[in-house]
Write a new protein. Structure first.
Length: 482
């Protein structure tokens, strides 16, 4: 009996040990599974964390600073932080060419280009600095969303980084990763791969390198001809051209063959026939082009229809004479007015080809006389009044140029009685002055006292504000105000 009882007790103990072992093993297995699950979860969370890289180099992410989001959960990226990682680019506060620390405006700049932008605006200005073109080009573009400003920093929509930095942008929302590939990296990669696509080299000019960010390669064949292809070898335009130039602001290409130029689209379709000795974009929004034949210039629209006949010696003014135009379009004033020059005389037309002022004036803008202080600058536009300065010789026997001011409708705000209109920079602002019969007055004050768009700024009591120009304004002459 005792033996039987011991055996039963042993069996019970054995079962308990076995059960405990199973429980322990089960706990170990569960623990291992939990650890694996935690590792996997942590890896997933880590993989979903925001990542921004430029040419494989990570941009340090600072919470609440590197990126922000709008009400629709669109990502906006700190432009300054990205600029620090894009090869050859730098970031400065304020407007291009001005000494300013205004954080509400900014510029990203490389050796070949400056890109200017400002808060709450989706328009950016692009200025080519050292290009393979004859003249410095001016152009503007529009971003998908306006630039945002927060905590003293400017932010751009993630896909708009392409336009700011001429970089290819790949944004994977599922993995929350942003990948930028710079123009130079794209150029190197395609230069190495281009031979397998039947071409010898990628064009190295800066404007054509910018096309790489849009997956368009301007490449050269052994025959010497240039064409446009996609990275997979798909041909946009065959290698039949002597030269090709990418027009980024319109996403078109200026093509040349046998000394004649035309325009093709980014799909390879002909937009403007190759009938001209030269073509230059006049303005993006109005879709107008300056064309040249037989050393004469005219203006055509996007359909090739002449807006201004090819009969002028010059379209637009020489911006080197007017510092205030350094970041502006010298071919178009106030989005509507085209200055033209023929037989040593100037006139104004609008973008519809309608005459605003006949071609009979001696200058557009005022070149200040040498007796003025060296700090003064030539003036051409009076933006606060939408004014255009026009000069005319009023005496045939003696050189005696006088200046008037017109608005874009051709209305005369001031008649030909001013000896000089100029400006100089004072306390970081451009201040304009008028001179008549030896008297000098602050332009805003003189215009105000003569009933022209009252604006009062920094009145200097030592200046003569009693210059009478009121005889130029009649009841039938509308005054443009802003």
């Amino acid at each position: 009996m005792d033996l039987f009882d011991n055996e039963e007790l042993f069996k019970e103990e054995k079962k308990k040990v076995k059960k405990k072992g199973i429980i322990i093993i089960s706990c170990i297995v569960v623990a291992i599974l939990l650890i694996i699950a935690i590792v996997v979860a942590m890896s997933y969370i880590q993989s979903m964390q925001l990542g921004i890289s430029v040419d494989g180099v990570n941009v340090p992410i600072v919470e609440g600073q590197t990126v922000i989001y709008d009400e629709s959960n669109n990502m906006f990226v700190n432009i300054k932080e990205v600029a620090a990682k894009v090869p050859q680019y730098s970031y400065i506060n304020g407007k291009y060419g001005e000494n300013s620390e205004n954080t509400e405006e900014g510029v990203v700049q490389c050796q070949n280009e400056a890109v200017q932008f400002s808060m709450n605006s989706n328009r950016i200005d692009k200025i080519l600095l050292s290009d393979d073109t004859e003249n410095t080009e001016y152009g503007y573009m529009y971003l998908t969303y306006p630039i945002k400003y927060q905590n003293g920093m400017l932010y751009a929509y993630v896909q708009d980084l392409k336009t700011l930095f001429n970089a290819k942008v790949e944004y994977n929302q599922e993995t929350n990763k942003v990948k930028l590939t710079s123009t130079e990296s794209l150029y190197t990669a395609y230069q190495n791969a281009i031979q397998s696509l039947g071409y010898t080299s990628v064009d190295s000019t800066f404007v054509n390198k910018k096309a790489l960010a849009s997956d368009m390669i301007v490449a050269k064949k052994d025959s010497g001809g240039f064409g446009i292809i996609k990275p997979d070898g798909t041909e946009i335009a065959g290698p039949r051209y002597t030269s090709i130039k990418y027009l980024e602001t319109t996403e078109e290409f200026l093509v040349e063959s046998n000394g004649k130029y035309g325009i093709i689209s980014n799909l390879g379709q002909s937009k403007i026939s190759m009938n001209y000795e030269d073509i230059k974009l006049l303005d993006k929004d109005s879709q107008l082009y300056i064309v040249k034949n037989s050393d004469k210039y005219g203006v055509i629209n996007k359909d090739g229809v002449e807006v201004l006949y090819i009969e002028y010696d010059q379209i637009g003014v020489d911006k080197s004479q007017y510092p205030s135009l350094k970041n502006e379009n010298q071919y178009l004033f106030y989005d509507t007015i085209i200055p033209v020059y023929r037989d040593e005389k100037w006139g104004l037309y609008n973008i519809r080809g309608e005459e605003i002022l006949p071609v009979q004036y001696d200058s557009i803008g005022c070149i200040v006389s040498s007796k003025q202080n060296a700090s003064v600058q030539n003036a051409i536009l009076l933006d606060d009044y939408e004014g255009i300065i026009v000069g005319k010789e009023v005496s045939e026997t003696n050189s005696n140029k006088k200046y008037a001011v017109y608005n874009p409708q051709g209305d005369q705000l001031v008649d030909f009685q001013l000896d000089n209109i100029y400006y100089r920079t004072e306390n970081g602002k451009d201040v304009y002055y008028l001179e008549k019969d030896g008297q000098i007055g602050l332009l805003d004050e003189v215009f105000s006292q003569n009933g022209i768009n009252k604006v009062v700024k920094n009145i200097d009591s030592n200046l003569n504000s009693n210059i009478n120009i009121n005889n130029s304004v009649s009841e039938s002459t509308p005054v443009v105000t802003n």
